[in-house]
Write a protein that binds this ligand. Sequence first.
Ligand SMILES: *[C@@H]1O[C@H](CO)[C@@H](O)[C@H](O)[C@H]1NC(C)=O
Ligand SMILES: *[C@@H]1O[C@H](CO)[C@@H](O)[C@H](O)[C@H]1NC(C)=O
Ligand SMILES: *[C@@H]1O[C@H](CO)[C@@H](O)[C@H](O)[C@H]1NC(C)=O
Length: 363
Amino acid sequence: MRGESLFSMERLVGCRLCRRSRWRTLRSRWLAASLTCTVLVIYICFLDLLHSSMHFPVLWETSSPPRQVTVLIWYEPFGKRRRIADCHSLFNITGCQLTTNRSLYQEADAILFHHRDIIDFFDFPLIGRPTSQKWIWMNFESPAHSPWLNSLGGVFNWTMSYRVDSDIFMPYGYLFSRMLPKIILPHKRKLVAWVISNWNEDHERVQYYNQLREYVDIDIYGRYGMDLKEDNIVKTVSEYKFYLAFENSLHTDYVTEKLWRNAFKSSAVPIVMGPSRYNYELFIPRNSFIHVDDFSSPRKLAAYLKFLDKHTHLYRRHFLWKKRYDVHVTSFWDEHYCMACETVKAAGNQHRTVSDLATWFES
Ligand SMILES: *[C@@H]1O[C@H](CO)[C@@H](O)[C@H](O)[C@H]1NC(C)=O
Ligand SMILES: *[C@@H]1O[C@H](CO)[C@@H](O)[C@H](O)[C@H]1NC(C)=O
Ligand SMILES: *[C@@H]1O[C@H](CO)[C@@H](O)[C@H](O)[C@H]1NC(C)=O
């Protein structure tokens, strides 16, 4: 028997309805028959109630104190061992036990599976999957860098990713409210920066860069360019007016730390290449960034950048958002684990299976 509170609710409502129909049938001529029927119905309802109180205790437990939740981290992301977070001291979230100890499998309320570490099914817990346990698929890579998706339908209960429509939505960053009387920008002597470690001539972003640099100087940092100042991206990029926040592949909601940390934290105007402008505007104000699609060619974009370089008051308009918002950059992986735990704590007992992972994630 599965502990589904929804099912028992339906049965209780059903009972109330059948009680009403009982009075109607009493008035009919088929007294004997209906009496038998009523007795039967009451009997069934009674059994049902008994049944639900035995197997579906959740309905009557709403006022009990919040319980402790155990979340088992099946793979440490990218095979790297880390100290496990204390959700209470970090985020004021109580009642979370995070563990990587697989012996706790049977008692875990949820298991987190980091997609990129899935090698094959035989590494999954194969037997005795508790029916109320939630298997959470966790992934922050884009579909282009997420192999295997097709073979993972029907395995997981929840998804956790950068996509807004995930069961647990965890963006790479976000803006939060904060009022400031005056915007102070770091001193900027240089024009355009780009930090890149994964250089691939086939990537759209490299092809765009190759055209753009014909018209405007771009400083390249990372494995193929200059060294970062004290290994610090924000410190380095803060000296620039613009930053190329080009994603490695273009997908729905796929907006990474290239925007939140590299550009916004450095107070450099992001020039974005990723999902559509419309998609970006779900997350950030329309004037806070420049989209490559705003211009019909790299040459025209370059002309606009040079124009803003000369007109400081227009350049500064791209920072109007700073009067009302500050940037939060999500910290891997503490925040993710604690958010998962908090969601498990808050969730009911509904059952759900992610049947077509690939179709959803690649859409
Ligand atoms: C921590 O959470 C508790 C209960 O939700 C709340 O009363 C308290 O103010 C929070 N403390 C901080 C420092 O946010
Ligand atoms: C894992 O949990 C089991 C069962 O509670 C315990 O006996 C074992 O010592 C734990 N292992 C580690 C490495 O903590
Ligand atoms: C999780 O998914 C499995 C596989 O489809 C399913 O049997 C189980 O009932 C689901 N559990 C929950 C809590 O959703």
